[in-house]
Design a protein around this ligand. Sequence first.
Ligand code: BGC
Length: 781
Amino acid sequence: MRKAHTFGPAMASLLLIACASTPMTGAATTRTAIAAPISDRTEVPVSPAEPEWARANPEMDAFVSDLMAKMTLQEKIGQLTLLTSNWESTGPTMRDSYKEDIRSGRVGGIFNAYTAAYTAELQRLAVDETRLKIPLLFGYDVIHGHRTIFPISLGEAASWDLAAIERAARLSAVEASAEGIHWTFSPMVDIARDPRWGRISEGAGEDVHLGSKIAAARVRGYQGDDLAATDTVVATAKHFAAYGAAQAGRDYHTVDISERTLRDVYLPPFKAAVDAGVGSFMTSFNEVDGIPASGNRYLLTDVLRDKWGFDGFVVTDYTSINEMVPHGYAKDLKQAGEQALNAGVDMDMQGAVYMDHLAASLDEGKVEPAAVDRAVRRILEMKYRLGLFEDPYRYSDVERQEAAVYRPDILEAARDVARRSMVLLKNEGGTLPLASSAQSIAVIGPLADSKEDMIGSWAAAGDRRTRPVSILQGIRERAGDGVNVGYAKGASYAYGDAGKDSGFAEALALARKSDVIIAAMGERWDMTGEAASRTSLDLPGNQQALLEQLVATGKPVVLVVLSGRPNSIGWADENVPAILHAWYPGTMGGHAVADVLFGDYNPSGKLPVTFPRNVGQVPIHYDMKNTGRPIELGEANAKYVSRYLNTPNTPLYRFGHGLSYTSFRYSPVTLSAASMAARGSLTASATITNTGKVAGEEVVQLYVRDLVGSVTRPVQELKGFEKISLAPGESRTVSFTLRPADLAFTRADMSFGWEPGEFQLWIAPVSGASASVPAGFAIAE
Ligand code: BGC
């Protein structure tokens, strides 16, 4: 058993000890915490990042020093300023005079500008018309594809296919860099556990382990092996930090979480991005424990630089320095700029705060010249590493652009990633794949023939009107001439159409004369993403009412959900025989949906986020705590246990859930040993057999529970996964090796390490204590 960390009832026996870890807030560098002492030998050291691009480069250092010696203060501040072109933006365009700003050296980077020709035109202003000819850095939101749009990020995460996710990022970089883009504002690695928050669609879901793996895969994909190659782009880990914990799921809202939760849940994907060599970080809009992220020294310096050794540059989110004034953290923009720079922000996105106020702050001694120089150096270094001083136009290549954009293999990859992302939530009686005997198919719903919805909300340069393949088109092309594919929109997702039924009659008439109904329902593309929070997770508009009437026809119904968040589709789960979650599947989405519906691709996606039964269960995630009164302690409907009166505690669909057209059997888990020593390891294995009639892929998941800790531990934590492919009848043994360090967490004294004690371990197709029989093991003292 674990060494006694027995806390007396009066807490009187607790020791006050000084913690070596840096505190989250306040000026002190040590803090006192109430905790029992924990052995040093179990502490897991944090290794600093050492990406290839950050290796010492004396030539670069000399070049940058030489250049900086020639720069005026205004020119230096210019390098810290990022402005949008007037193409598009997600907030106020503070300066429409950006071309004038480029000419006068008052801006060092531009975002929302792309195409080889346009970036070259702007670059020419910097290179030909400024005194020092410092090239511009072009940034852009290449989030899940550039021109060719891949499934939304949450959808890609549902593939649990790291190679596919990396490939999507790689190909996005190929397209984007050919249009002059040097730097993408991706990946978004915010853990999100609240589906009310529209930006849940932009990340990898609720889980720390999965989110960290995906963060690293995306960084590798964007940056490739060589940051200086013209077909790679600098990645940005955003939004630092804890943006996903916005209170009540309302965007930009306050974040108030414990330091332990911050460290153990929200920070690890950022650390994974640093370890993968990410070149830049973006601060978040929110405050963390009362301090806005863009003025948060603990996050931007203590953690990011001092602890993690990050060597790239930090940009704010859009006007987030300015927003420290309404946050109530700065009395005016000048003070906000000082707080940002002193905290560790290098570049000001769109706020023009550094531009307008930093010189005065230096004059007044509120900011040290060395702090400005440090930020300038970081940005010039990145420009140097990208080869921009050698050739400022090396990314803006019209020929390469022609060849790269919508390249057939990129479109094909988008289709492949899209079908890998889809999650078969339910499939009763083998409703799917569609039987070849289905001679007439009714395709119904507001998302059935909608190109614009296919690519989701963050498809910045994506063509929304002409390119996307709709579900109807995909089904028609696949079904061929012999099958009658009818279409009726039937319902609407507009909030204002709730209660109306004007399209129902047409849809029902079509449904009645068809063999099977495909109902494509969900949310309009802009109901998720930034500034798209909802207080209801229901299907919006009058879709639910039509769905009920479609089911009442007695015809088999397949619900295809397009959405960027978990919706509460409990009625559908009870009444519709088959449900496929297709997220927003991207440019080739209609083909990918058809691939799955007709069985050309056997679905293999698993949910990266828990689906609640209703919004009242939120936040709900698989790795919650047990509480002192877990529901299992009581009889059915017991009072005084941790439960709701009107809804079960369990979600509608668990994290990790996803069906296949075949079935898999899991053998009991075997362990290489019943316990491991401090420096040891342990291997857990299970044999998975495809017991069905078709080949399929399965995401084999490893969960662990730490039974007793110096702080309470989650009921399960994902610690590994592997996606395997099995032919009918084939078996494969999947093994996971665990070391004590894999079980580390922020302990009672705020040190990061593991604790000896007893654990349970599951190898299972889905999260949940009952998904398979757990095996027990221990970490020895
Ligand atoms: C978003 C960021 C984005 C930036 C630039 C902001 O509104 O929060 O995610 O990268 O705009 O477009």
